[in-house]
Design a protein around this ligand. Structure first.
Ligand SMILES: [Ca+2]
Ligand SMILES: [Ca+2]
Ligand SMILES: [Ca+2]
Length: 326
């Protein structure tokens, strides 16, 4: 092979190398560009979902305010009407859905705070609720005491409770007692005795509100919750539900108690319950949980909002908001 031929061969190889390098570079550039475009799309979609969620919350708050103009009480029929008006909205490329829960149909765990001047009454109700929910009798007091300790400021345990020294001695992962109000019901799993099985039994009937003395709305409470009211038994709660909801199928035939006086008359008169007190009960709700879900393409964004509505003015206020799980 002559020198020229050899040089020619090398030049071809170099040229091929350059071409293949350029191809690799071009492919990687296109890949990057695609990635950038997708990323920008995702950011735009996320912004859009944020906006849809924020609008859905604002609209829901207006509907909750309007409800107070319609009537002074809150029943399951009001919640059903809300869902009729605001449960699903189709939007470009997806949809927004809303779910409203009355947070005064459940037992507010922060009612077990020692700053609650009626703690003894709420403590007794919590124990009756555990009973109604078929939690093992032998742990009712321990579950109540350990929750009181978790919330109270001191480090002295209640008779069957647990404080700092118990949690700091945990082998797997020691931690300290919160000594503060709960922010989310999910914190329960940190409290002594609250096993996954027990949480499963009680989770639908308990909630966490940023207040320490909240009442139960007897118009939205379940039969188990009604059973936990002092001096009411299972047969009474069944009668109350029958009188209030007529049937479970629809809310059209519902007849909520419009005042506590009417409720008291029904319980003491028709049901013949003695020594009945309406302390800790009301016929309306001030706290609501709104779950907003925006679906755009394959993406989904959840938002949990706790909404407070002042009973006298009817004005609503957003008091807590979080994405993901509550
Ligand atoms: Ca209402
Ligand atoms: Ca404590
Ligand atoms: Ca304590």
């Amino acid at each position: 092979m002559t020198n020229i031929n050899r040089q020619h061969g090398v030049a071809i190889i170099v040229a091929l190398l350059v071409v293949s390098l350029a191809t690799v570079l071009a492919v990687s550039l296109v890949k990057h560009l695609n990635y950038d475009i997708r990323r920008t799309e995702n950011i735009l979609r996320l912004d859009q979902a944020h906006l849809y969620n924020a609008n859905a919350v604002e609209f829901s708050m207006l509907l909750i305010e309007l409800d107070r103009k319609n009537n002074e009480y809150d029943g399951l029929d009001d919640i059903a009407l809300f869902h009729e008006q605001a449960s699903v909205f189709p939007v470009e490329g997806g949809m927004v859905s809303n779910k409203l829960t009355d947070l005064q149909s459940c037992f507010n765990l922060n009612n077990l705070s020692k700053t609650n001047t009626e703690l003894a009454a709420y403590r007794a109700q919590y124990i009756r609720l555990l009973e109604a929910l078929e939690v093992d009798n032998s742990v009712h007091v321990a579950l109540t005491d350990s929750l009181i300790d978790w919330l109270d400021q001191d480090d002295f345990p209640e008779p069957r409770g647990a404080e700092f020294d118990y949690y700091i001695g945990l082998e797997k992962q020691p931690y300290r007692t919160a000594n503060n109000l709960l922010v989310s019901p999910s914190e329960l799993r940190l409290v002594k005795g609250y096993t996954p099985d027990i949480i499963k039994l009680i989770k639908d009937e308990v909630c966490v509100l940023p207040a320490v003395r909240t009442a139960i709305n007897i118009n939205t409470a379940s039969n188990k919750m009604l059973e936990s009211i002092a001096n009411l038994e299972e047969r009474h709660s069944e009668q109350i539900i029958k009188r209030r909801d007529a049937g479970a199928e629809s809310t059209e035939d519902d007849d909520p108690f419009t005042s506590l006086n009417i409720f008291r008359e029904y319980v003491t008169g028709t049901l013949g319950v003695n020594n009945f007190s309406t302390n800790g009960l009301q016929t309306y709700s001030e706290y609501f949980l709104l779950q907003t879900n925006t679906q755009l393409g394959a993406g989904e964004m959840k938002l949990f909002s706790i909404i407070y509505r002042d009973q006298s003015s009817g004005k609503t206020e957003l008091i807590r908001q979080t994405g993901g799980a509550l």
